[in-house]
Write a protein that binds this ligand. Structure first.
Ligand code: SF4
Length: 210
């Protein structure tokens, strides 16, 4: 029996997860003893993300934009509302852009679009039909599954849009990775649990699809 979805979490980033995207040299130039303390301070809004002197260029810009995102809870009155299972183009993605797959809970699609848009990430976002369930509930109920991913890919003909058959699925959907890979014959990369870290994840792994 399907779960009643009366709430959804936004999974704000954790310091340990943000730490993966910091230089890790513990130089102390930011005013903190090491990168772990700096990650905590950035997420607590006590330190500007720009204080890391070891990050330059695009990495510094995306980190700063990520730190400025809000991670407010999802309002209860929008649960189960669905977004269309259609490709969403964010920041003019070209053929070397990544394909990010998610569920079709309207708030998930809205929040991801905002995160990716505000961090300047060039992405094709593909919501698959989860009947309005958020990804965590959809994985639990097997609504985020390989058949729906394949169906959405066929209906949108996304294979004609991209140079390389690589997709990123939500970290919460990692149990579905092998089935999706077998059914679609695309390479499937498991992204972060927190969608707020998706722009940094995409930047660090861009060699996989471009
Ligand atoms: S300046 Fe950057 S690399 Fe150095 S400790 Fe701070 S966060 Fe780590």
């Amino acid at each position: 029996m399907a779960v009643e979805q009366d709430k959804a979490q936004v999974y704000p980033p954790e310091p340990d997860d943000l730490l993966e995207y910091l230089p890790g040299v513990d130089c102390g130039s930011c005013g903190y003893p090491g990168c772990a303390e700096f990650a905590e301070a950035v997420l607590a809004r006590k330190a500007p993300a720009t204080a890391c002197t070891e990050l330059q260029g695009e990495e510094a810009r995306v980190l700063a934009a990520t730190a400025e995102l809000g991670w407010e809870p999802i309002p209860f009155d929008v649960m189960m509302e669905q977004a269309p299972c259609e490709l969403v183009e964010i920041n003019g993605p070209g053929p070397g852009a990544p394909l990010v797959v998610t569920g079709n809970f309207r708030e998930t699609v809205r929040i991801l679009t905002e995160i990716l848009g505000r961090t300047g990430s060039r992405v094709l976002l593909l919501p698959t039909c989860t009947n309005g369930y958020s990804v965590d509930n959809a994985v639990h109920e097997r609504m985020f599954n390989a058949s729906e991913v394949l169906r959405a890919m066929r209906e949108t003909e996304v294979e004609h849009r991209l140079e390389r058959p690589v997709m990123i699925i939500p970290g919460l959907a990692s149990p579905e990775r092998n089935r999706i890979r077998q059914m679609t014959r695309w390479e499937v990369v498991v992204g972060p649990v927190s969608g707020f870290l998706l722009p940094l994840f995409l930047l660090h792994n861009r060699h996989l699809w471009s």
